[in-house]
Design a protein around this ligand. Structure first.
Ligand SMILES: [Zn+2]
Length: 414
């Protein structure tokens, strides 16, 4: 009898859980979704475009009440075809960190279907692998030689969050050079953060990068639009102008205002490289390879081309980089009209008196020349960037030595 009662109890519990309704939320860091309709096996959603001018494609939600169900996710109210990558959406089942790509099979232009098992209680779906402050902290706390990073604050965001500023200095003596690296001027561009992890990790750990550890001071701002990152906003085309159009006239964002203010003094004549990490569109002909965005200034462009050569040589991981994809100024979207709301970070940095290389680098969300991006693949590419920074500075040093050597000879002659 006792067994019968407990069996009945078990079945009633199972029935209740199987009948649990589908629930979708985005009330966590990086979450973004508008829910239009939920039925037994279909949900209709679209990206939340608050604060954004026009359409963009960042979305990231959590769904529960899914056990044993096959659910179709429809984004049919969204007009643009930028909604899934070539490899579909990204997802993580029963937690928010084991992210995978859905894959090319079974993804429609604006919908996909997922069959959950009886063990699946919670799932996260997003257009790419998310990355917020929580991920940065996890990365930093697990890092070998993390004591070499000075954790500082650039400024406090309008919503009262600390905007991280990481400083890595040579262990002994004064640096010969300084390098400034920024990311997430556009909050949605999450994959750039994995690339940044690879850069930081390589500066601290790579055997072949002693030169950087001995000679270079880095300032790294992982989240220029910190509130946007945590709130799950697009950030790109933020109204009235986004963080990467806030580098001329009076700044309207406090992170850009602070950076513009402190960098000339921090440089002390040593800031040689200013690198800004971005992601392009989600998919399409010109958004599925890694490329540098050409400067309108000929001298800067020449130095960018030098850097792309080094980066091509140093890229030996699973993701490829080809210098032929360099996006010259005047081509496609890289035209004066795209910067009508204000100067970009790189336009501003290129005008700083000591900077030699000012560039932004576009790293895709999912597909690099046919290869699916993994977190480790992105970090591996970050390593190639770190080696290229070293090679670029060595080249600068060599050129500087050559010119001072020539000067010496000339002086002797005289
Ligand atoms: Zn961007």
């Amino acid at each position: 009898m006792r067994t019968l009662i407990s069996m009945l109890f078990f079945f009633s519990i199972s029935w209740v859980s199987a009948q649990e309704g589908i629930k979708i939320v985005s009330d966590y860091p990086g979450g973004n979704i508008l829910v239009h309709e939920i039925t037994k096996d279909t949900v209709r959603v679209s990206p939340d475009l608050s604060e954004t001018n026009g359409e963009w494609f960042y979305w990231n939600f959590k769904i529960t009440g899914i056990q044993g169900k096959t659910i179709t996710f429809k984004f049919d109210s969204f007009k643009w075809e930028q909604i899934f990558s070539k490899f579909g959406p990204a997802y993580s089942i029963n937690n928010d960190n084991t992210w995978k790509w859905y894959g090319e099979q079974g993804v429609g232009k604006k919908s996909f279907t997922y069959s959950f098992t009886e063990q699946d209680t919670t799932a996260y779906f997003s257009m790419a692998f998310p990355y917020t402050e929580k991920d940065l902290n996890k990365f930093l706390s697990g890092l070998r030689y993390r004591e070499s990073i000075l954790m500082d604050t650039l400024c406090i965001s309008p919503e009262d969050r600390a905007i991280e500023k990481l400083i890595i200095k040579p262990g002994v003596g004064e640096p010969s050079y300084k390098v400034l690296i920024t990311a997430r001027h556009h909050a949605c561009e999450t994959m750039a953060s994995y690339e940044l992890e690879g850069i930081v990790q390589s500066i601290l750990n790579e055997r072949g990068l002693d030169y950087l550890r001995n000679n270079v001071e880095f300032m790294i701002i992982p989240f220029m639009d910190k509130d946007g990152v945590e709130n799950g906003e697009q950030g790109k085309n933020r109204d009235p102008r986004d963080h990467n159009r806030d580098y001329s006239g009076d700044p309207i964002h406090n992170s850009t205002a602070t950076l513009r203010n402190i960098i000339p003094e921090w440089s002390q004549g040593k800031l040689k490289i200013a690198l800004d990490l971005h992601c392009p569109l989600l998919k399409g002909e010109h958004s599925e390879y890694i490329f540098l965005v050409g400067s309108p200034f000929p001298k800067t462009e020449k130095n960018q081309l030098q850097f792309t050569k080094l980066l091509e040589e140093n890229t030996i991981g699973e993701l490829s980089f080809y210098k032929k994809y360099f996006l010259s100024f005047g081509v496609r979207w890289n035209v004066a009209n795209s910067y009508s709301k204000g100067d970009s970070f790189t336009a501003w940095a290129a005008k700083l008196p000591d900077v030699s290389l000012s560039t932004s680098l576009e790293f895709p969300y999912a597909n690099v020349s046919g290869t699916m991006i993994s977190k480790d693949g992105a970090r591996e590419f970050g390593k190639a960037i770190a080696y290229s920074i070293k090679d670029y500075l060595l080249l600068l040093e060599k050129n500087a030595l050559n010119s001072s050597g020539q000067k010496e000879k000339k002086d002797k002659k005289n």
